[in-house]
Design a protein around this ligand. Structure first.
Ligand code: ME8
Length: 521
């Protein structure tokens, strides 16, 4: 086949690596699902995808939590990293590697990039005296802190900071201020969305101080090469995971040559500075190509209340899967909130989406057209007659959806891709109601067959396109439409119309309406 001989373009995408100092929450799930949808979309669109995710296991926060729980940091990391990996599997996350920063190859990568930055004259030994937030694993200058009730907090994140004084290696971040501003100017899409990227740019414009990049007061980290009194600052270690994942420091490896630089790092708004300032500066210093894009998503709130471990209002992703179904949850999270924005979730909001978007607009349309084909046409895809203007109009709208989706996925605007898709479903429902195929059944069976064909053809295109978001349900829909597995379900088959004569299996409802559990008040 022609398909198999074409060279696939590579696409490298990552999530942030989670701190496994607690259990995965819905905010984590949101990021995993969005990144997974992107990875799946690119695979279906003919790219060779490498999708990296994992856990960020070193640092003072992990050490503190372990001590509290009576575990060694290694035991805590092992237990909770496993939980994160299982949670990802439960969410259908199609990662290619689950990296742990305690993996042996990661130590090699970190020590290598350190030596490169050092060789470039960007690392020096001095003394750090300043404010450190263990919760954020971040250093703050005094002006960015404030005292409330005798306790000092970071103004920006509200986390407690503590005075820290120790011998430390520093990275010459100040040297990169102009180079970073130049990067932001030359590559206006380096950070997205624009509003969040602008915050980063303003921060750099205010001036950068050199960054403390090692610690001596604990040893749960990667030893600094040549001085193992020091462990690396956890963010040097954490960011380097994106290189380790594709074979660094072996720059001649197949993996590295194919996939570096990364196409997209998907991260949340609280860690944009680390990714859009420190990370490119480290890479410039080590003379490694920069990633193409940092996609900064917003945070999810429970009816306006931020979720966090310390507030005790963490929602477990598993509970969501149990209550609503995996595909329903994946759909809701990506449809409800524009990806760069903060957003709310609530039981009512997800039930609303399940019932109107999924059960009514998609599920019902598929079920009604498929069961009419089953009942009246022996379950065989009919040969359509000549298309009317109404037929052509709806078919044309559906045919545009791949291009529209590509454009929105390119910028991770999942909600807009789905909105456009559901607009066509809305039009198709209106078309179906207008055409009244159930009346045509008696008056003009040939015309009924054409209307059913057109409707199924829209459902086919939509089913192909929603695979990245709802892999299981889309697969059931494509089964119901008699579409062969594998290549028949990639976007290469988007323009291959339903073949008349295809025998379809008996239709099964795919998107049930949400019903309150019996014991609920
Ligand atoms: O920051 N809504 O790990 P982490 C949406 N280890 N996203 C949220 C969220 C919420 N309520 N809460 C957190 C770390 N996130 C570092 C990353 S990367 C080299 C190192 C997102 O477990 C958060 O923004 O605290 C981040 O992108 C991810 O979850 C992991 O957060």
């Amino acid at each position: 086949e022609q398909q198999s001989t074409t060279v696939q373009k590579p696409f490298y995408i990552t999530t942030a690596i989670s701190y496994p100092n607690g259990d995965p929450h819905l905010g984590h799930a949101y990021e995993f699902i969005a990144t997974d949808a992107m990875a799946r979309f690119k695979r279906l669109d003919g790219f060779e995808v490498f999708f990296l995710t994992g856990t960020d296991e070193h640092g003072q926060k992990m050490l503190q939590t372990a001590t509290k729980e009576g575990l060694t940091p290694r035991q805590l990391a092992q237990r909770n990293s496993d939980r994160f990996q299982r949670a990802q599997q439960g969410l259908g996350i199609s990662f290619d590697r689950f990296i742990r920063t305690t993996d042996p190859d990661h130590l090699v990568a970190c020590q290598d990039i350190w030596r490169k930055m050092e060789a470039n004259g960007d690392i020096y030994l001095d003394k750090y005296a300043g404010w450190y937030s263990v919760r954020d694993e971040a250093f703050y200058i005094e002006d960015d802190t404030e005292i409330r009730d005798g306790v000092r907090y970071s103004k920006e994140t509200g986390t407690e900071v503590e005075w820290t004084e120790e011998e430390s290696y520093f990275f010459r971040l100040s040297k990169y201020q102009d180079k970073l501003l130049e990067l932001y100017k030359n590559q206006p899409d380096f950070g997205a969305p624009r509003s969040r990227f602008n915050e980063v740019i303003r921060f750099v414009e205010r001036g950068l101080e050199d960054l403390s990049i090692s610690r001596t007061t604990f040893d749960w980290g990667i030893p600094v090469p040549g001085n193992d009194k020091h462990v690396m600052y956890v963010w040097v270690d954490a960011l380097t995971n994106y290189l380790t994942g594709v074979g660094y420091p072996d720059k001649d490896s197949e993996l590295f040559k194919k996939f570096w630089p990364a196409d997209v790092h998907v991260i949340g708004k609280d860690i944009s500075r680390f990714h859009a300032i420190y990370w490119p500066a480290f890479l410039m210093s080590a003379k490694i190509e920069l990633p193409k894009r940092i996609m900064i998503h917003g945070h999810l709130h429970n009816n306006g209340i931020k979720m966090s471990k310390s507030l005790g209002n963490v929602v477990s992703p598993e509970d969501w899967v149990t209550s609503y179904g995996l595909d329903q949850m994946r759909f809701f999270l990506l449809r409800e909130v524009p990806f760069g924005a903060d957003g709310n979730y609530s039981h009512d909001a997800i039930v609303g989406r399940m019932n109107s978007d999924l059960a009514n607009n998609l599920g019902n349309l598929a079920q009604r057209s498929l069961s009419m084909v089953a009942k009246n046409l022996g379950g065989v895809v009919p040969e359509p007659g000549e298309f009317t203007d109404a037929d052509q109009e709806i078919l044309a709208k559906a045919a545009e959806l791949l291009g529209v989706s590509r454009t929105f996925y390119e910028t991770q605007e999942f909600s807009r891709a789905l909105e456009a898709t559901w607009a066509v479903l809305g039009d198709t429902n209106a078309y179906f109601a207008e055409q009244e195929p159930w009346v045509l059944r008696k008056t003009d069976p040939a015309r009924m067959a054409t209307v059913l064909y057109v409707t199924l053809e829209v459902v086919r295109r939509v089913s192909l396109l929603v695979q990245p978001i709802m892999p299981d349900s889309a697969s059931l829909l494509l089964d119901a439409l008699g579409q062969s597995e594998g290549a028949g379900r990639t976007f290469a088959s988007f323009d291959v119309p339903l073949a008349a004569g295809t025998q379809l299996p008996a239709p099964q409802p795919i998107f049930p309406k949400y019903e309150e559990p019996a014991e609920a008040k």
